[in-house]
Design a protein around this ligand. Structure first.
Ligand code: UD1
Length: 357
């Protein structure tokens, strides 16, 4: 049968790769790229890195305000879905591309499957939280990475079509980890030694668009004196330039552009610590056994905090500094993200669903 996979932002290419391989074994996948991310390092490279087939439809939407970006996606997605008439539309994660895909399909009465369903930060100021909640409420199939996600859905009255399948990133990460061990030369390139540096990313509007918050984060991490690889998202680069922060970064910072997944995994797995406001990176740090400091007040991966491998510090400079100095996670790291094979389980559940429709 024909299945439309809708992606557009960087983390979605990572999640798509193992799914795409599985679903193509039995079905015809129509790949739709909204073009939410368009810089080569944010989008283009992932197609070659993960050997994702070329999109059947590249919508080229690009950046805009949330309403305009989502609206333009809706207009273009509707046209494509009407002409393709897929039996199912699959959306991933929590970006504007996720919501636009879910809305466009469900309005055309095309059933929606949501990969990474049920995650909640309970922070309604985050655009991703709105995208998650709305997508889950129109999805027919909800693939949850964890039991916590399933319970979140239950609390909102969603119990039908809900499956705990484990996390699709476990598979993607394992592939990138193997490739990184063999092929990544990032440590040599940046002159780093294992466990002697920390890895940082910052891209949430709450941290980048409020100058004081970004300054506080940079200052606190600078004060730690630990060598810090800062992989800078385009949004953050723009803001740092606006604030003049790019010319007065502390000496312990090593700046890089957004990296390939393989190079990121190499840097994360050899780091002493990860500092991030990304959802995906909190999870990858955990899976790779590297402690994480989350530069937010909430997280959708509360299990990583409960197991004491992740600490929420927001952009509070004192908390950031004290946690860098004192964070010492326990030896035990429970398998909260499930076993490998989530994409295979999802593909099988989709088969069963389509067979009964
Ligand atoms: C989006 C997702 C976020 C995800 C992140 C991963 C939403 C609401 N947010 O945030 O959940 O964690 O992707 O990276 O969908 N830009 C470029 N080139 C690009 C992409 C973005 O320069 O290729 C700049 C533009 O100035 C743009 C800004 O970054 O305005 C924000 O991009 P956008 O895609 O709207 O949101 P992200 O912050 O990337």
């Amino acid at each position: 049968m024909k299945i439309a996979s809708i992606v557009g932002a960087r983390p979605q290419f990572i999640k798509l790769a193992p799914f795409s391989r599985e679903i193509r074994k039995k079905h015809r996948e129509i790949l739709i790229d909204t073009g939410q991310h368009y810089d080569a390092e944010m989008a283009g490279d992932f197609f070659s890195e993960f050997k994702i087939p070329k999109p059947d439809h590249a919508l080229g939407i690009g950046s805009a305000g949330h309403g305009e970006q989502t609206g333009r996606m809706l207009i273009e997605l509707e046209k494509v879905l009407m002409s393709e008439q897929p039996a199912l539309a699959v959306v991933f994660g929590d970006t504007n591309s996720t919501l636009a895909g879910a809305l466009a399909a469900s309005k055309l009465n095309i059933p929606v499957a949501h990969v990474e369903a049920g995650l909640r930060s309970y922070d309604h100021t985050m655009p991703e939280e709105l995208n998650r909640v709305l997508t889950d409420h129109v999805a027919r199939l909800l693939f949850c990475p964890t039991d916590v996600a399933k319970d979140n859905l239950k609390r909102e009255g969603i119990t039908e079509g809900v499956y705990v399948v484990g996390d699709v990133m476990v598979d993607a990460l394992e592939e990138s980890r193997k490739a990184a061990e063999k092929h990544s030369d990032m440590l040599e390139k940046l002159g780093l030694t294992k466990r002697n540096y920390q890895f940082m990313t910052v891209h949430r509007p709450a941290n980048t668009d409020i100058q004081e918050n970004l300054e506080n984060i940079v200052k606190a991490v600078g004060r730690s004196g630990v060598q810090t690889v800062f992989s800078v998202h385009p949004r953050t680069a723009k803001r740092m330039h606006e604030y003049g922060l790019d010319t007065r970064l502390p000496d312990n910072f090593v700046i890089t552009k957004p990296l390939s997944h393989m190079d990121t995994v190499s840097l994360v797995s050899n780091a002493s610590l990860v500092l991030t406001d990304s959802g995906g990176l909190q999870k990858e740090a955990y899976l790779l056994g590297v402690p994480c400091i989350t530069l937010r007040d909430t997280t959708e991966w509360i299990e990583t905090v409960n197991s004491k491998w992740n600490v929420l510090v927001g952009s509070d400079p004192k908390k950031i500094h004290d946690t860098i100095v004192h964070l010492n996670p326990p030896k035990h790291r429970p398998k909260i993200f499930g076993l490998p094979g989530a994409s295979e389980r999802i593909a099988k559940l989709i088969d069963e669903y389509l067979a009964h429709e």
